[in-house]
Design a protein. Structure first.
Length: 135
């Protein structure tokens, strides 16, 4: 027997994660991220931004699906506070350490790591909140 998946909540949570990324890498940290990553603004114009956004949105929905699945293993369903702890724990315990290993071997800057890790923590918290409130 599997867990119940809340499909509408998963879709909305995926959109929430996507929107966090838009604000994070747009209004909040675009210049700092581009400088830390070594990306010139004009190089963004040469990329297929529409395709990148579409794939990003799909992957955000995949992550929301798995967060919802984890929530579904709790009986009774976790309240908002526990949902935030679980989602944040997934980011802090799995996503961010895995990024840290990759960034270490890529010799990425600490600034880039902090910007990207902060994004994933906030995105997972947003997805967890949406899933909790809609499920």
């Amino acid at each position: 027997m599997g867990t119940e998946i809340h499909w509408l909540a998963v879709l909305v949570a995926g959109v929430a994660g996507f929107l966090v990324g838009g604000v994070w890498y747009g209004a909040l940290f675009s210049k700092a991220w581009m400088a830390a990553r070594g990306v010139a603004p004009e190089s963004v114009d040469k990329s297929n931004v529409g395709l990148m956004f579409a794939i990003t949105a799909m992957l955000d929905v995949v992550m929301a699906f798995f967060i919802d699945h984890v929530f579904g293993t709790y009986h009774p369903a976790p309240d908002l506070n526990l949902s935030l702890m679980i989602a944040g724990g997934l980011a802090l315990g799995f996503v961010i350490p895995a990024m840290g290993v990759n960034y270490l071997y890529q010799q990425a800057t600490r600034k880039l790591f902090v910007i990207d890790a902060g994004h994933w923590l906030v995105a997972f918290l947003a997805m967890g909140a949406v899933l909790s409130l809609m499920s």
